[in-house]
Design a protein around this ligand. Structure first.
Ligand code: PMV
Length: 314
């Protein structure tokens, strides 16, 4: 980048997985939605400095073990970093199952393209998805591609990818406004470890893992149908059942379990962990109306969980 050239910025949303985390790695469908909170990247002329800030109330949980984004930045900028300074602002808890790596990968690619004068396509491109997956893999090891797809599509999606095949992605239809309370119970300790744990179990007991992932896939389909029909009660039941299965994989920490129970006690139609899980991570609760959503959010906040409400409409 020329000295004195104007900085360029780009952003991408965080995400939550409603259904299908982990099972999606085994070819089952998943549903993901983008968050209202985003990662922003600014590239300015410089000499390879990277500054990361976590914004708002989230900054107090900025985790000491959040992976250095340098490797992701280097992978996205392909040797251009030396002449640039990079500023990254993360608007939600990082390393917590909310898609910070994928959002960073997508925001970096968008900023790089802007820098190079490449026109942003009107619709998300498959080429950029593959590039974002490759960059996210620097942080996660092999991923299904679900997180970068949600960030790139920037709308609720239904996602499925058979091994070695391109992903099938379509907008997920939502028949009635959906209020989700998103909670963060701290860093989940890494996607690679959580995915690796199931892969290990799969080597020992493939029929068991097959049965679990197929059941999770069935819940993704049932959840998708319920959301499309606007049947939030059924969608909530499907969330509760998926949570039970993911808990059976040992992916739900005490804190997340407690928060999920609290959300149900305060009127959630359903609640579950979201994302890779493990030591901490994200959870989501489905509320039938705004009053109950506020009640659940208050209960989670009082329990020390960072929680906020996201509204999704068709
Ligand atoms: O890293 P997280 O917490 O956003 O979860 C990623 C979703 C997984 O299904 C666990 C992994 C994947 O590659 O799809």
């Amino acid at each position: 980048m020329r000295k004195g050239a104007a900085p360029v910025s780009a952003s991408a949303p965080g995400k939550i997985i409603l259904f299908g985390e982990h099972a999606v790695v085994y070819g089952e469908p998943a549903i993901g939605v983008p968050l209202g909170r985003r990662v922003e990247v600014t590239l300015a002329p410089g000499r390879g400095r990277i500054r990361v800030a976590v914004s708002g109330e989230v900054s107090r949980v900025r985790s000491a073990n959040a992976a250095s984004p340098r490797s992701l930045v280097e992978a996205a900028l392909e040797g251009r970093l030396e002449l640039l300074d990079v500023r990254i602002t993360i608007g939600f808890p990082p390393m917590a199952g909310l898609g910070s790596s994928a959002a960073l990968a997508v925001a970096l690619l968008r900023a790089r393209d802007r820098l190079l004068g490449v026109r942003m396509p009107a619709r998300p491109s498959r080429a950029m998805l593959e590039e974002a997956i490759a960059i996210e893999n620097v942080a996660h090891g092999t991923s299904s591609g679900l997180d970068p797809a949600i960030c790139l599509w920037d709308q609720p999606i239904y996602f499925q990818r058979a091994p070695e095949r391109p992903a099938r992605i379509r907008p997920a239809r939502i028949g009635r406004p959906v209020r989700l309370i998103v909670g963060s119970a701290g860093t989940h300790g890494g996607t690679r470890g959580a995915v690796g744990g199931i892969a290990e179990l799969n080597r020992e007991a493939p029929r068991l893992v097959g049965a679990m992932t197929r059941a999770l896939g069935a819940l993704s389909r049932a959840g998708a149908a319920a959301l499309e029909a606007g049947d939030l009660i059924l969608a909530g039941r499907a969330m509760d059942l998926a949570h039970g299965l993911l808990s059976g994989f040992g992916l739900v920490s005490e804190r997340v379990e407690h928060a999920v129970r609290l959300a149900r006690e305060h009127g959630a139609l359903g609640a579950k962990m979201s994302g890779a899980g493990g030591r901490g991570g994200a959870l989501i609760a489905l509320a039938g109306d705004s009053r109950r959503a506020a009640r659940i959010q208050r209960a989670l906040t009082a329990a020390g969980v960072i929680a906020w409400i996201e509204l999704f409409e068709r």
